[in-house]
Design a protein around this ligand. Sequence first.
Ligand code: KG4
Ligand code: ZN
Length: 334
Amino acid sequence: TKDQIILGIETSCDETAASIVRNGREIISNVVSSQIESHKRFGGVVPEIASRHHVEQVTIVIEEALKQANMQPSDLDAVAVTEGPGLVGALLIGINAAKAFAFVHQLPLVGVHHIAGHIYANQLVEPMQFPLLALVVSGGHTEIVLMKEHGSFELIGETRDDAAGEAYDKVARVLKLPYPGGPHIDRLAHESEEAIDFPRIWLEEGSYDFSFSGLKSSVINYMHNAEQRGEEIKPQAVAAGFQNSVVEVLTAKTLRAAKQYNVKQVIAAGGVSANKGLRKSLEDTFAKEGIPFTVPPLFLCTDNAAMIAAAGSVMFEKGHTSTMAMNGRPGMTL
Ligand code: KG4
Ligand code: ZN
């Protein structure tokens, strides 16, 4: 049988990315143009600046992805693009680039949910086994998702306020660390022997939902009180304490859900799954339980287009193509 070759395009936030993936499993090329430097001085992503970067970069990354794969547009079977959720102006740039490309080269167009993409980054590492439980932790999302088959997503729990990555970034800002703060907190946490004891927010018994804004407030209060009393603040101990709380709750709820739904595989996905503390906690916990656990390599945890091509591959196989009327869907649900 003929190989299926998909071009993926991702522009939902602050990375402009294009990638070519074979049979939904094998990365042929993977190009990411990051805008992080441009947003740093604002302490977060500025939507208008993001859109302007995408406009400049999107065609360049698509050409580069083809060039690195040593392929022509005629080698492709479909174009997959992030349809939502994300910044609407940013999404529209990728969607319009994908439409133009698909139109000129007469290729089918596949709109992909960004979180489905994060989940499918794992298919680039290992084939999925169902039922599967995915812990999705990114800058915009914190969710536990149950998958009984390819392309089917049941939301088991989600955050009621801040996403895990958002909490990381906000706490990092309080510690005067640069944006995005997640990797900096991760690094500081590992430099510390001490950890401040912050609360674990479990919510009602049996709930798989999360809440991180209370934890963020505890960190802010701790810093404020220490400053008032003229006490020395050890950023490493604050980072370690915050990280311990986040990791413990994420791990415990994922484990409980994995047991309740008797899953064959657990995966982690999204930018925060790049976190060393979280990876280790999940790896150790599921190894002990004898439940197969996978997490993508770091470059596939944060935003990229290989994951969009991988998810698009499954949707294309199932016949879920989009029309040329595809619009950006900032609030798209899984
Ligand atoms: O998935 P992603 O690249 O973009 C979204 O879809 O949101 O996730 C970005 C988030 C940011 O909040 C960033 O601080 C966080 O992932 N992040 C981390 C780490 N690396 C990235 N958080 C904790 N530890 C890390 N090592
Ligand atoms: Zn993402």
